[in-house]
Design a protein around this ligand. Structure first.
Ligand code: KG4
Ligand code: ZN
Length: 333
């Protein structure tokens, strides 16, 4: 790990423009600031993220957000040792704004730059304040674009042991919310609506629950909800939300349990936007307790997209002199 370093990190892969200052004093990583300008309200009008609008808003917000991150951390650019930026995966036009801004600042300030994979950021978001990181780590990454089980045997080395064959779990939450006329982003809407529903009201399928691998599939579950709505015109929104949520989470938990059995990780991590879901957290907590594993969940502010997680991940990497470019399909390897 880099020691006594101050990093300015930038994240713009989707609809949050984010900048953070992360420090490392003798191995203790601290988040000095973590500024997020969310465009969720703008995209909510369209029921989803419109890439061109996201990019335009990133361009407007990025410099004010960076300035605020420096101010809140009480540092100037002279105190910054290195920049870090999300290189991918994400929306091309959105990523581009963050990457090009980071490159321009690195050039003007004569600082190095560290490109970070967004999913790697979600893993590391739970690893600040960790005295000694014990491997192997098993990470369940659940976001709007990804559903993966990743095994890490050391820093920077990722083995994707399972992933979704079709929709990401966050995407399924978003699509089911749309079917129920609930506002974007769908995850929190479904979670709220589910609170007053009966999770056992409808027996939705749990695709690939018993498959021998660690892969997932959510499109069949999504379609089952669609048919249920068509066949039951007087449906109860809360019961659908609760039953869908439980079905989706059952699969995540069962596959994570299988992976724990096979790989005996020291630490289990959840990361990505869906990690904010309290039913998922609760079930993972009891699974980890049952299997006597350490569980790390991101704090509220670092579970959705943010730049602090990018800065934390960067602490474990070396700067590059390569000319980096935004890579929408960057994979974890
Ligand atoms: O990681 P993230 O902020 O952006 C991506 O990298 O995709 O994840 C966003 C996803 C969205 O699909 C959103 O609906 C979902 O995370 N999400 C949730 C919750 N909060 C956000 N899903 C379920 N329950 C939640 N409470
Ligand atoms: Zn994300």
């Amino acid at each position: 790990m880099m020691n006594n370093t101050t990093i300015l990190a930038i994240e713009s892969s989707c609809d949050e423009t984010a900048a953070a200052v992360v420090k490392n004093n003798n191995g203790i990583i601290s988040i000095e600031s973590n500024v997020i300008a969310s465009q969720a309200d703008i995209h909510a009008q369209y029921g989803g993220v419109i890439p061109e609008i996201a990019a335009r808003n990133h361009s407007t917000n990025i410099i004010p957000v960076i300035k605020q991150a420096l101010t809140e951390a009480n540092v100037s650019h002279e105190n910054i040792n290195t920049l870090a930026v999300t290189q991918g995966p994400g929306l091309m036009a959105a990523l581009h704004v963050g990457v090009e801004t980071a490159k321009a600042l690195a050039y003007a300030w004569e600082k190095p730059i560290i490109p970070i994979n967004h999913m790697e950021g979600h893993i590391y978001s739970s690893l600040a304040n960790e005295k000694e990181i014990a491997f192997p780590i098993l990470a369940l990454l659940v976001s709007g674009g990804h559903t993966q089980l990743v095994l890490m045997r050391k820093h920077g080395e990722y083995d994707i042991i399972g992933e979704t064959m079709d929709d990401a779990v966050g995407e399924a939450f978003d699509k089911v919310a749309k079917m129920l006329d609930l506002p974007y982003p769908g995850g929190p809407s479904i979670e709220n609506t589910a609170q007053s529903g009966n999770a056992e009201a409808i027996d939705f399928p749990r695709p690939m629950l018993d498959s021998a691998d660690f892969n997932f599939s959510f499109s069949g579950l999504k379609t089952a909800v669609l048919y249920y709505i068509k066949d039951n015109p007087s449906f109860d929104k809360s019961d659908i939300a609760a039953s869908f949520q439980t079905a989706a989470i059952d699969v995540l938990i069962k596959k994570t349990e299988k992976a724990i059995k096979k790989y005996s990780p020291h630490i289990v991590i959840i990361g990505g936007g869906v990690a904010a879901n309290s039913l998922l957290r609760k079930k993972l907590q009891s699974l980890a307790k049952d299997k006597k594993r350490e569980l790390r969940v991101p704090r509220e502010k670092t579970s959705a997209d943010n730049a602090a997680m990018i800065g934390i991940a960067a602490m474990f990497k070396k700067p590059t002199s390569k000319n980096i470019v935004a890579s929408p399909n960057l994979s974890l390897k």
